[in-house]
Design a protein around this ligand. Structure first.
Ligand SMILES: NC(=O)c1ccc[n+]([C@@H]2O[C@H](COP(=O)([O-])OP(=O)(O)OC[C@H]3O[C@@H](n4cnc5c(N)ncnc54)[C@H](OP(=O)(O)O)[C@@H]3O)[C@@H](O)[C@H]2O)c1
Length: 221
């Protein structure tokens, strides 16, 4: 298995979730590539983060996917089909993709879960990835607001599921690299549906209680 200190590419690394993860990983000493549709714009975004202990590079999505074997998918659910079609021939052998996406919409300020024919966003991704690419889901229930606040301890559990033991193990290693996060192995990729619904629950709790950082801790484990 590859070392946890290998480079991680984050597709959507300029977004709320992706940038929070990029900065947290950089602080944990992981080399990060921020993948973006516009690397120049991404460079400007990364420049605005100030000094980071670890190196952060920027690249197009295709360059980012082609240069590492650990890739986080942190783009809007609605952009997945086009992006995965574009990347079809980009993946390196042995790549593990970690899907962060959640199929929620916020039309008119109202949150709704999209019905996904495959069962979950991660299974939707699975159906569009070549079989040689391993897939796990993680970082779906940790709020971007908290990730982006580098001084606040994460202090919660993060659910991991995946279609192989290796994919789950590598996602769990990545989770564990972030101080205050515990990886909870939830089993096969089909568990992603439940995890994505927990994200929707956390958003609803945030709204109801006028907070930003609702998240989960499993007791008894
Ligand atoms: N926000 C949260 O708290 C949270 C929590 C858990 C999971 N997630 C999931 O993480 C993913 C990203 O969410 P986010 O809140 O970070 O979204 P966001 O702030 O809108 O960022 C998404 C990033 O994806 C990239 N992107 C690629 N194709 C795109 C397209 N067609 N339209 C718009 N952006 C596109 C953009 O980067 P470039 O312009 O640089 O390409 C953008 O910075 C979503 O699937 C979401 O469900 C979010």
């Amino acid at each position: 298995m590859a070392a946890t200190t290998e480079t991680v590419a984050i597709l959507g690394g300029t977004g709320q979730q992706g940038s929070g993860l990029a900065r947290r990983f950089a602080r944990a000493g992981v080399r990060v590539i921020v993948g973006s549709r516009d690397p120049d714009r991404a460079r400007a975004t990364v420049g605005g983060w100030g000094a980071m202990p670890g190196p952060i590079d920027v690249a197009s999505y295709a360059q980012a996917a082609a240069s590492v074997t650990l890739v986080l998918l942190a783009v809007p659910f609605g952009s997945i089909d086009d992006l995965l079609a574009e990347l079809r021939s980009s993946w390196k052998p042995g790549t593990i993709v970690i899907d962060v996406t959640v199929p929620v919409t916020f039309a008119g300020g109202k949150m709704a879960m999209l019905e996904v024919a495959e069962g979950s966003a991660s299974e939707h991704v699975r159906a569009r990835l070549s079989p040689e690419v391993g897939l796990a889901a993680a970082f779906k229930t940790i709020p971007a607001h908290l990730l982006g606040d580098g001084d606040t301890p994460l202090d919660c559990d993060e659910f991991v599921c995946g279609d192989t033991d290796e994919a789950r193990a590598r996602a769990a290693e990545l989770v564990t690299l972030l101080p205050g996060l515990r990886a909870v192995d939830a089993g096969p990729l089909s568990r992603a549906r439940s995890i994505e619904h927990l994200t929707a629950l956390a958003i609803a709790i945030n709204r109801r209680h006028k907070i930003h950082d609702a998240r989960f801790r499993i007791v008894g484990l």
